[in-house]
Design a protein around this ligand. Sequence first.
Ligand code: 13P
Ligand code: SF4
Length: 354
Amino acid sequence: SPSDPDLVERARAAKEKLGDKVFVLGHHYQRDEVIQFADVTGDSFKLARDAAARPEAEYIVFCGVHFMAESADILTNDQQKVVLPDLAAGCSMADMATAEQVAECWDVLTEAGVAEQVVPVSYMNSSADIKAFTGEHGGTICTSSNAKRALEWAFQQGEKVLFLPDQHLGRNTAVRDMGMSLDDCVVYNPHKPNGGLTADELRAAKMILWRGHCSVHGRFSLDSVNEVRERIPGVNVLVHPECTHEVVTAADYVGSTEYIIKTLQEAPAGSKWAIGTELNLVRRLANRFAPEGKEIVFLDRTVCFCSTMNRIDLPHLVWALESLAEGNLVNRIEVDKETEASAKLALERMLALP
Ligand code: 13P
Ligand code: SF4
C-alpha cells in the first residue's frame, strides 16, 4: 500500500536533521514503507557486518526484530546506541530457547557424559543470552548464509553439535550440505524431561537439534510445492532453509534471503519462480523483476507476513526518528556488559569463519 505522504515527509525531514548521526538498517522482510528509508538493506548476516562498519553513527535505527538489534548493540562500540522502533518486534523462533532451558539442556548433556564432545552452534535468530551461552561453551553463531561453514568449523572442534534454536536450518544444513543422514540427528524438546531423549540417543547423535522453528517458514508445505508445480509448468521452486526438510527436499533451490535475491537477479528472462520466504520480500522481488520478464509468485497463498517484522511500520519509524532528532533516546536496546562479552566471542567466531 502507498505510504502516507505526511509521514513520508516527516521521516525524510527527521532523517535529514539527524544527518550522519543516524544510520538506518533494514532487514529484507521489512515493509516497503520502511525499506525506503533504510541506508542499507540485507539479511541478518549482512546487517550484522554493516552495523559494525559504521563506528561514527551515534544512533543505529534497526528496522528488523529484537535479536538483530541486540546483535548490532554487541557489535557496535559503547558510544553507539541501537534503537528498535517498536519494542514488540520480537521473533517467535528466538523465544523458543530461553537461557534457563538451554542451561538445563547442558546439564542433561553433562549427565549423559557427552557435553565435552559438544560444540554449540546458534542461529543468529536467538537472544543475546543464548549467544552468550554459545560463546562460553566454545561455540559459534551462524546465519542462513554461513550455516555450512559454521558446521564445518564446529566439527573440527568437537564430535557433536548442539544446534539452536531452529531445528530445520540445523537438519537441512547437516543433511543437504554435510552429507549426514536423518538418523544422525535427534531433536531435543525443552518441554520434556531430559529433552525427551535417552542417554544412548544422545551418545549416538551427531546433531542435537533444538526443537524450535520459524512460524512463517515452517508453514510452507509439501502440498504447496506440488500445487505450484501443477499450476505453473516449468516453475523453479526456491525456498529458505528455515522451511521443513520435506519442503527443502522437494524444492529446486535452497538458500538465505541474500541467495534468493542473487538467484533471481541472475535468472534469465522468461523464467518462472515460486518463492518460499517472507511475503514482503517476495512481493518486492516480484515487482522489481516483472519488467525483466521474470514471473515470481509466493509459494503458498495461505502463508502470511512475519507479524513481528511487520510491527515496524512507518508511524513507528517516524516516531523513533523524530524523537532522536529532538534529543530523546527512545527504545534503546542495550545488552548488559557481561552477556555482551560472551556473546561477542561467539559472533566474532562467526565473522572469522573462512
Ligand atoms: P536471514 O536474514 O538470515 O535470511 O534469516 C531469515 C529470517 O528469518 C530472519 O528473521
Ligand atoms: Fe523470526 Fe521467522 Fe519472523 Fe524471521 S521470519 S523474525 S525467524 S518468526
